[in-house]
Design a binder for this molecule. Sequence first.
Ligand SMILES: Nc1nc2c(ncn2[C@@H]2O[C@H](COP(=O)(O)OP(=O)(O)OP(=O)(O)O)[C@@H](O)[C@H]2O)c(=O)[nH]1
Ligand SMILES: [Mg+2]
Length: 436
Amino acid sequence: MAGEDALWNADDSLAELASLASTAGAEVVGTMVQRLRAPDPAYYLGRGRARELADLVTEHDLDLIIFDDELSPSQQRHLETLTGTRVIDRTALILDIFAQHARTREGQLQVELAQLEYRLPRLTGHGRQLSRVGGGSRGSGGGGVGGAIGVRGPGETKLEEDRRRIRARISELGRDLEVVRQHRARQRGQRAERAIPVVAIVGYTNSGKSTLFNALTAAGVVAENKLFATLDPTTRHLTLPTHQEILLTDTVGFIQKLPTSLIAAFRATLEEVVEADLLLEIVDITHENAIEQSETVNDVLAELGAVDKPRVTALNKIDRLADADAVDTTLFTNAVPVSAITGRNLDTLLVKVGEVIRAKMVDVRVRLPFERGDLVELFHRRGHVASETPDADGVVVVGSLPRPLLSPFAPFMLGPRGRRTSSRPNVIAPEATAVP
Ligand SMILES: Nc1nc2c(ncn2[C@@H]2O[C@H](COP(=O)(O)OP(=O)(O)OP(=O)(O)O)[C@@H](O)[C@H]2O)c(=O)[nH]1
Ligand SMILES: [Mg+2]
């Protein structure tokens, strides 16, 4: 079932829904599209189409119907009564995949929260269906193939469980996640103190984020031809070809029609993106909806308030193209065509990342005394060294440094002609030295 979206056409969206369904373990038997001015309040579909659907269910003995758009709780109930089979929507399907793929406690808490938020409004007068819910067969793969989709995962919400208990669990999860969030915030605080730039990989699901992350860091994150293979953020050190150090984070992918409640539930995870210094967007440039996917990524980033961060775009999977040189990079920000699998152009990509990070740093000239080899080394690791020239009093280093790292260098700052800019120690060179 698909509806029209401003950006995506119904067939493409439906094809994506089918791959989500197979990722969740269902076998897709057929699809149906109806163009509607407005969804029917009772059945979402027109009445005639809804009855047609019921006939199909009987004829092919189907055990699951998935709608590409969000159904209201009453539409879902009416459709289940009419067709005599389980009816779920895209959101429930995505939540099911998330439940199967959540590995860490943080991921599991977030999925449980999102699932309970989703189920809560669907509880009222929903008794009959809910008695079938809550086998607790998370990720077991047991039971009927399609039948379990949408009910797996934590929660084990039984029919009899009242909304009060769910609400209590929701606030408990909220508190637990707040602890996780604060822990992550502390970690980020420590990184910020060390002035290591954080680069977050973002992109549509299945674009190759984890493959690229592994290629760059040898981290061994699971990369699969599955939607939402990655839910939990992983961060690794990486040294750029310019000897500069960065932290690279791989995290959950985006998809169109992600419900806001789900984005909210994943706040702890997504803050890694929000707090990053630079976004490395991965686009599967061989996908026929590459542009739509990238637009969707922008929409989600806008919702997170991260759309204006410095960005480098990796146009991935060029090994699948007959003519990789024909890739149009002009539609994206700082784009580099790459192949995460063959490693092609990954060095160019990293040089670009280094350049964009450097543009945010402050230009400096310092004369470091010979006994301050530690500062020379720090300059190389955290900043960018353009030149390094020894003279009688020390080593003159010209280059750029991240702003939080300026203070240990302040006593050694030089003016444009090699003079000290200030006789007072511990005064940072004037703002005029900042890159515009
Ligand atoms: N041909 C080709 N395939 C690639 C390339 N990079 C990734 N893939 C394939 O694309 C699929 C998805 O890769 P992942 O790295 O898991 O993608 P992801 O963006 O991390 O996906 P999620 O975590 O599910 O959002 C896998 O089958 C990869 O083998 C590439 O450069 N070339
Ligand atoms: Mg991944």
